[in-house]
Design a protein around this ligand. Structure first.
Ligand SMILES: Cc1cc2nc3c(=O)[nH]c(=O)nc-3n(C[C@H](O)[C@H](O)[C@H](O)COP(=O)(O)OP(=O)(O)OC[C@H]3O[C@@H](n4cnc5c(N)ncnc54)[C@H](O)[C@@H]3O)c2cc1C
Length: 397
């Protein structure tokens, strides 16, 4: 991508490279290299968020009036691309990419004034309370109850799979305020501090050994009506817009390309590359598919920047491509690693966290990443659900 840049964008790329060369200290790079989760672990996120905030680059997609850098879609892609190439930590999407744009569209002036600057500075760390034990794909069936009590809602129930709830100090959540009519009609969108009395966070450890997700329990938690986004019972509209930001505004191709390049480097080091046309064929196939994804992501980002909506079909198509490409690339990594692929080199699968890694440095995380990426076709709306959406749109049903 960067080979064909015009002079202005080439100068911007140089500026980003120079900044990253200085800001990404050897400690931050080494810490990032050990990450296998979707996002970097919380303390690393907070540290990197501060660095980007100080530079004015923490919210690439935000408009200038709210503290964004006012970049073009191409600048956003260059920035994402350079961050990945330089080994920068991946920051969580829940605040800056999901809740932020929703508040800009649906928040009251008071909510915007209070939350957006704190989201930008990193003072507020957000998590997403959508899924529940009985409600994932069928999100509109959610049951957590919110009963109006004067100027507040009393909330009881639980949220499941809440990414980074153990780091977050704020959650946006969907609650049921009515059981009348269609399930979608009785949902309300609320914001709560995580230290509100009655909230308990219980860890869930994933198959790769990571602690990323949690179950969050609400026991008669009071959430002020002032923390409601949109009207009562109208939260489904807000929720759907947020899912669109979750699915539609990303720049995943850059990160996937970096992983694909890493798979080739491993294959070369392990001696597979030259000897295996089958491996090279799989690699080339993925490279071509990534080019298609890159093009589609740029179109979606350009639409969002122009104030247009990313349609349901595009959002679903992007989610399908990103999640399946990620899984296939991590599978390629496992193939390239050969014998090293069997054990988690970081000790996360039981060797003991402080034990020295076995094997070369490049064998440190691929196993954990392979295991972790199994969830990519589930979170953010499973692939079966994306196929259903596409089928409905195409068949007009
Ligand atoms: C790592 C991870 C992080 C997550 N982080 C968050 C988070 O931060 N916040 C949050 O709110 N949620 C989060 N989730 C939850 C995620 O959104 C749900 O897991 C997802 O929506 C699927 O819901 P479910 O787990 O209840 O599975 P189910 O909906 O019960 O689905 C089970 C299986 O049935 C299939 N299925 C269901 N309905 C249909 C249908 N109509 N047609 C065809 N197939 C169907 C599904 O595709 C799936 O294979 C996370 C999940 C994971 C794994």
């Amino acid at each position: 991508m960067s080979d064909a840049l015009d002079a202005v964008h080439a100068a911007f790329r140089d500026e980003v490279q120079a900044f990253l060369a200085e800001a990404l200290t050897p400690e931050i790079k080494a810490w990032t290299a050990r990450q296998a989760g979707v996002f970097a672990e919380g303390e690393l996120c907070k540290l990197w968020h501060k660095v980007l905030y100080a530079k004015g680059w923490v919210a690439p997609s935000w408009p200038v009036e709210h503290g964004g850098p006012g970049w073009t879609p191409m600048q956003r892609f260059i920035f994402a691309d350079e961050c990945v190439k330089a080994g920068a930590p991946v920051l969580p999407a829940m605040g800056l990419q999901m809740c932020g744009p929703v508040l800009m569209r649906y928040g009251t002036p008071e909510q915007k004034a209070f939350f957006l600057p704190r989201m930008l500075s990193g003072e507020h760390y957000w998590c997403q309370g959508y899924s529940e034990p009985q409600s994932g794909s069928d999100l509109a069936s959610l049951q957590i109850r919110a009963v109006r009590d004067g100027d507040a809602y009393r909330v009881s129930g639980s949220k499941l799979w809440t990414t980074h709830a153990h780091y977050a100090n704020w959650m946006f959540l969907l609650v049921r305020t009515s059981t009348e009519g269609k399930p979608q009609a009785g949902i309300t969108f609320l914001l709560t501090p995580m230290d509100a009395p009655g909230i308990t966070v219980q860890p869930i450890i994933s198959i790769s050994g990571e602690h990323e997700v949690n179950q969050v329990f609400f026991d008669d938690v009071l959430i002020p009506v002032a923390n409601r986004v949109g009207d009562e019972h109208q939260g489904w509209t807000v929720a759907k817009a947020l899912l669109e930001f979750e699915r539609g505004g990303g720049a995943a191709a850059s990160g996937l390309w970096a992983q694909l390049r890493a798979a080739r480097a491993i294959a070369e080091a392990e001696g597979w590359w030259g000897d295996s046309p089958a491996f090279r064929g799989r690699w080339a196939e993925l490279d071509v598919e990534l080019q298609a994804l890159d093009f589609a992501e740029r179109q979606a980002a350009a639409a969002l920047m122009a104030g247009q909506r990313v349609g349901d079909a595009t959002a679903s198509r992007l989610k399908l491509s990103v999640s399946t490409l990620l899984q296939r690339i991590t599978e390629l990594h496992m193939g390239a690693l050969g014998a090293y692929a069997g054990a988690d080199q970081r000790g996360a699968l039981g060797m003991g966290a402080n034990e020295a890694p076995v094997g070369p440095g490049y064998a440190l995380t691929p196993t954990a990443k392979y295991l972790n990426s199994r969830a990519a076709t589930i979170y953010g709306g499973s692939n079966e659900i994306q196929h259903n959406i596409l089928a409905r749109i195409i068949l007009g049903a």
